[in-house]
Unconditional design. Sequence first.
Length: 103
Amino acid sequence: MKRILLSLAALMMAVGGLAATATSANAATGTLLLYTTEGTVVSYTNPASGCRSTSFTFTKVSNRTDTSVFVHQLPGCKGPFHVVTPGRTPVPVDAGQSVRIPA
């Protein structure tokens, strides 16, 4: 019985390690900076893949990650979008409200 429990514990640790590896592989590496209309800068470090809607409007993006991001004019990553490639210089966008980071 003790041997079975140890085997199950080892299996669960191995599966957990694979899940942790898969999660980090789906994140962009680096920092994404969103410049709001109020003049503040909101920073996301190693943003996870998927759609991120904001509670504010932003007009510039500095994509210091290792992947292109899609900046949408509507929440929920809907509506017209700009593709912002990696780079250090802030890129003007039209009233962004959400960002999609690809997997």
